[in-house]
Design a protein around this ligand. Structure first.
Ligand code: HEC
Length: 106
């Protein structure tokens, strides 16, 4: 009886651990990034990433995207020029997802 309960506890802890691992340390998901982009970014950056007005980076040509993820996450957290700060609006994971989406433009 006692052994069974211990085994049950261990199984529960292991599955909770697997769940946390799956949600917290997941790789960037460009498909989720595309959804976020369509909600928050298309107005300025255009649905194809070319930039909807002058002075925008052209993501199709990789402009700004040679910078690493840490730098780009910081740019999103703080905002740049007229671009609003996304700290508190998007999680770091969501920023990484949307950055992964930016890197798919061509
Ligand atoms: C209100 C318009 C606007 C919105 C909305 C906007 N951006 Fe921007 N974004 C800009 C402008 C303007 C720049 C160029 C700023 C500069 O270089 O001074 C820029 C620059 C960038 C850069 C390059 C940053 C750098 O430091 O080189 C990235 C990456 C970026 N935007 C991603 C996004 C993403 C992702 C979203 C949606 C979550 C978004 N932007 C929403 C206007 C916008």
């Amino acid at each position: 009886m006692k052994v069974k309960r211990t085994v049950g506890m261990i199984t529960l802890l292991l599955s909770m651990g697997a769940f946390l691992f799956a949600t917290k340390v997941s790789a960037a998901d460009p498909r989720n990034g595309a959804k976020i982009y369509n909600i928050h970014c298309t107005n300025c950056h255009g649905s194809n990433g070319a930039g909807a007005m002058p002075g925008m980076p052209d993501f199709r040509r990789g402009q700004s995207l040679f910078k690493n993820n840490a730098f780009l996450v910081k740019a999103l957290e703080e905002g740049r020029g007229i671009m609003p700060a996304y700290r508190g609006l998007l999680t770091t994971q969501e920023m990484l997802d949307v950055i992964a989406h930016l890197r798919t433009f061509q």
